[in-house]
Design a protein around this ligand. Structure first.
Ligand SMILES: O=P(O)(O)OC[C@H]1O[C@H](OP(=O)(O)OP(=O)(O)O)[C@H](O)[C@@H]1O
Ligand SMILES: O=C(O)c1cc(=O)[nH]c(=O)[nH]1
Length: 224
């Protein structure tokens, strides 16, 4: 175990995020409209060095997961899920040849009506078992949009893995977004790090306290 009782891979990822300002502190308005004292900007995994660490984190989490589902395609919701899907697909294939025929795909936020047309880039989802990868889950709106797309395209959701679970409740209920997804889809859902991990891994006591307070404000009933 590394410092603060966090497993080493989590502590190292959090350090990397702080050093590269991927994890920032201040006041940030989220997709849900909530105003958060911290923000995880996965768009700043924007160098080979940082992307490679992120690929390690996703691959390690997936390969160590005893409940890892079978999947044919890795789907990354636009926009920040897009590089994640290609990254994870390439890294899994490089680590184990059993993944070499796994595909990737992502949605366009706006449909294309010329050229190849359509709303999906990469492997088409019809009849395929689909693993969703995304950066963050907060209130679950983006994940709902992603699972709706997979259903509409005829894909079969087989699992979800996100980099950060902010452990917040949905905008219209008392459960967390991840709890809702688990109940609704009955598929394995994993997060590399959670808000609890961030609080353990951030060294500054004032920031820890701000994150705890915010976490309490939007905590699902299971964490109250
Ligand atoms: O759980 P939620 O409340 O939906 O919030 C989390 C989502 O919000 C952000 O996506 P956003 O749609 O802002 O866009 P981007 O990926 O295009 O940056 C983030 O990348 C997550 O996908
Ligand atoms: O909820 C969001 O919109 C959100 C939170 C976060 O930490 N990072 C992000 O990209 N989006």
């Amino acid at each position: 175990m590394a410092s603060n009782e966090l497993p080493r891979h989590k502590a190292e990822l959090i350090d990397l995020c702080i050093r590269n300002q991927i994890l920032k502190f201040g006041s940030f308005t989220l997709k849900s409209g909530r105003v958060s004292p911290y923000f995880f900007n996965a768009g700043l995994f924007n160098t080979a060095r940082t992307l490679s660490c992120l690929a390690d984190a996703f691959a390690q989490t997936l390969l160590q997961d005893k409940n890892l589902p079978e999947f044919d395609v890795i789907f990354g919701p636009a926009y920040k899920g897009i590089p994640l899907a290609t990254l994870v697909c390439a890294r899994l294939g490089a680590l184990d040849e059993k993944f070499l025929d796994v595909g990737y795909s992502f949605n366009r936020k706006e449909k294309k009506d010329h050229g190849e047309g359509g709303g999906i880039v990469g492997v088409q989802l019809k009849g395929k078992r689909v693993l969703v990868v995304d950066d963050v889950i907060t209130a679950g709106t983006a994940m709902r949009e992603a699972t709706d797309i997979i259903k509409a395209e005829g894909g079969i959701l087989s699992g979800i893995v996100v980099c950060l679970d902010r452990q917040e409740r949905t905008t219209d209920g008392e459960n967390s977004a991840i709890e809702n997804c688990k109940a609704e889809y009955n598929v394995p859902i994993t997060a590399i790090i959670t808000l609890e991990d961030l609080i353990a891994g951030v060294p500054d006591e004032t920031l820890k306290e701000q994150m705890r307070e915010y976490g309490k404000q939007y905590a699902p009933i299971s964490r109250q």
